[in-house]
Design a protein. Structure first.
Length: 292
């Protein structure tokens, strides 16, 4: 299945109420009519690293508050964007504006910055976008970290959950269907669940997020392209992340895909662990560009 789409939701809700970590000044570029917000910080002669957040998240929640930007911007040119439909980027109410267009935005951002190749790091939905970039634009990618994401076989059950989610977002601005699907172990009280629902409703364009939910399958990369990749890839994933099975299946046909498991972590906590940052730094250091 492709169950990564909204795994960042808990991280976002927990971090949204915290003071925003300092990041570089907001910048924007036009992606053929869609205004995309990004930040660009660190040494200009450092190797570029593009960070792509998960669903319902943004630059601050996924990369600043978790310490990833601070851990990289001393050595690397760190570029992070708010994926369309999220954060301070435009939120089109056109269902055709999402899916693969979220990956195309990354390529257009590289073009805007006159960057030929970059390291790509994504988490959850951002990891799915990273797989698509590796498959379709391998010549633009130095190395890739599609973390917390994996593609198994298509699932009618998951399609139904996403459609329920999209309808709920459109009708009442609620993400309750996805929470009911995942939070079944009593790890959150009813009051905490309702607080999360309210936070998402009050801080997002829920019509745009409904279009994001319906566009997930469009991110699925062509398997033959993944089989042929020569770009080094690493998926960092939590020990208890249910997507581990999907990632394991991908190992059978992605020869350069490595997997690193973060102990005592799940889909909602892996990106907050020190081991996550350590893995990013180690992988980037191992795969420095050979460009002159």
């Amino acid at each position: 299945m492709y169950r990564f789409i909204l795994f960042a939701v808990v991280t976002f809700c927990l971090l949204f109420i915290a003071p925003a970590a300092a990041v570089a000044e907001d910048q924007f570029f036009d992606s053929e009519g869609v205004r995309i917000r990004y930040i660009d910080q660190g040494p200009r002669d450092g190797e570029p690293v593009v960070l792509i957040h998960g669903g319902f998240s943004n630059i601050e929640a996924e990369w600043a508050e978790t310490g990833v930007i601070d851990a990289l911007d001393d050595e690397y040119r760190v570029i992070a964007l708010d994926v369309r439909g999220h954060g301070k980027s435009d939120k089109p109410h056109d269902p055709d504006a999402y899916g693969n267009m979220m990956a195309v935005d990354v390529i257009r951002l590289l073009d805007h910055l006159a960057i030929d190749r970059a390291h790509i790091v994504g988490y959850s939905m951002g990891g799915a976008i990273t797989y698509r970039l590796v498959a379709d634009y391998p010549d633009r990618v130095i190395s890739a970290m599609p973390c917390g994401a994996g593609f198994g076989d298509p699932s009618p059950e998951w399609d139904d959950i996403l459609e329920q989610l999209a309808k709920s977002l459109e009708e009442s601005g609620s993400i309750r269907p996805i929470l009911d699907y995942y939070i079944t172990d009593g790890s959150m009280t009813e009051a905490e669940v309702e607080e999360m629902v309210t936070t998402i409703r009050e801080t997002n364009d829920t019509v745009a997020l409904a279009h994001v939910a319906r566009s997930v399958e469009d991110l699925r990369p062509d398997r033959a392209k993944l089989e042929a990749i020569t770009v080094p890839c690493l998926c960092v994933i939590g020990e208890f992340d249910p997507i581990r099975a999907d990632v394991a299946a991908m190992l059978e046909y992605m020869p350069l895909l490595e997997v690193q498991v973060v102990e005592d972590a799940d889909s909602m906590t892996t990106d907050q662990k020190p081991a996550f940052i350590a893995a990013i730094r180690a992988f980037l250091g191992k795969h420095a560009s050979d460009d002159e």
